[in-house]
Design a protein around this ligand. Structure first.
Ligand SMILES: [Mg+2]
Length: 391
């Protein structure tokens, strides 16, 4: 007989924090946050709490306003469910939200895993099946700016050397918004020239390049400089399997795709189409730890590696339980700007200095997600709180 408990309530708390020396960049009217001395950017965050009849509350920090609007559509369904029946909840919500992107489900699922870990008094990685306790990280930069931070190939190269000297074994460039493509090419080559042969380098234009031809031009520079991967290059926004397959045929550098298609079946279809080398997944965006582990194991079945998108406790737990993965994405980082995450944990960080001398991050070892929320900070910066269902 399984354990009998049920979800009693869903609550969302909103809070603010400030990123100093960061502002929305001009070109797109603010879709990229970049280093801008003298400016400050007010950010808003969310904490999801899922309460249970066992007195255990699962939490997740993150998600967008849109996610919580989506969650309101099914919060009543969750109340009364057994939080340990994650697979049933996953499948019910997969069907119920079939016309939507389902990104909100990831937030709920991670909180349910947190509940399970607290109930069994074990970290999530142990419940998933441990494979490693430390994960090599790459320094993942803010987008390039025009303000003297990451403003030139020379500045990117200097920062890569700094990261290498700190112990990072890998460095990922997020290039500029709407840059001349020649500067993107120079950046790829200059960073390799500066760090030497040993460091793994990745490039993520985040779909900024206008054309396939530009993607190809920069991809050939990645070949020349022996990049580890090339990710989401141009404005198909990472959606065209056909273009990705053509690009793979024309360059040697492995490509990493899948950040912008959601969940298991579309990612498997992408693999079958021959449209990627590494498979992108994110527990927050791809239906939680449950959804991300399905993708990780599907990739394993094809003999491919899965690369987890973005930092966070859930990503660390998944990576600790997966063989076929290479790196943890630590960021966004910058030589002059503060870390991009809110200061809401007492015992956990994704700042530039969160690595050990060997360039790795640890996996939280406490029950569930294994992180402590700094509720004093949250309460002092709280802007709202809502019960979505139950109490
Ligand atoms: Mg990316």
């Amino acid at each position: 007989m399984g354990r009998k408990l049920h979800i009693t309530g869903i609550e969302v708390t909103q809070f603010t924090w400030v990123l100093e020396a960061i502002a929305k960049d001009d070109y797109y009217n603010g879709f990229n946050l970049v280093y801008t001395p003298g400016e400050r950017q007010e950010m808003s965050g969310h904490i999801l709490q899922v309460r249970t009849s066992a007195g255990i509350t699962g939490t997740f920090i993150g998600g967008s306003k849109g996610d919580y609007a989506q969650m309101e559509m099914y919060a009543e369904y969750l109340v009364g469910r057994n939080p340990l029946e994650r697979e049933l909840i996953h499948n019910d919500l997969k069907r119920a939200l079939r016309k939507l992107d389902r990104t909100s489900v990831g937030l709920v699922d991670i909180a349910l895993w947190d509940i399970a870990g607290r109930l069994y008094d074990a970290p999530i990685w142990e419940l998933l099946g441990g494979y490693r306790e430390r994960i090599p990280a790459y320094a993942s930069t803010y987008h390039g700016d025009e303000n003297g931070g990451l403003g030139s190939p020379e500045e990117f190269a200097d920062f890569a050397v700094t990261c290498r000297d700190m112990g990072y074994r890998a460095f990922k460039i997020h290039g500029w918004s709407h840059a001349p493509i020649a500067r993107e090419v120079r950046n790829v080559l200059a960073v390799r020239e500066a760090v030497g042969k040993e460091m793994d380098l990745m490039l993520d234009p985040a779909c900024e390049y206008e054309t396939f031809a530009d993607a190809l031009r920069v991809g050939r520079a990645c070949d020349e400089a022996r990049y580890f991967w090339y990710e989401d290059p141009f404005k198909d926004s990472g959606l065209s399997h056909f273009a990705q397959k053509r690009l793979r045929e024309m360059i040697d550098t492995p490509i990493l795709m899948g950040e912008h298609i959601r969940s298991l079946e579309p990612k498997v279809d992408m693999i079958v189409a021959g449209a990627t080398d590494y498979v992108r997944v994110n527990p927050t965006l791809d239906m939680g730890i449950t959804g991300a582990m399905k993708v990780a194991h599907a990739a394993e079945g094809f003999g491919l590696d899965v690369e987890f998108h973005a930092p966070g406790p859930a990503q660390r737990h998944c990576l600790a339980a997966v063989r076929n993965a290479n790196y943890y994405e630590l960021g966004l980082v910058h030589p002059k700007a503060p870390e991009s995450a809110p200061p809401v944990y007492t015992d956990y960080s994704d700042a530039l200095d969160a690595i050990d001398a060997d360039g790795s991050v640890p996996v939280p070892d406490g029950p569930g997600l294994g992180v402590e929320i700094d509720w004093d900070y949250v309460r002092a910066h709280q802007t709202g709180s809502r019960i979505l269902a139950g109490r």
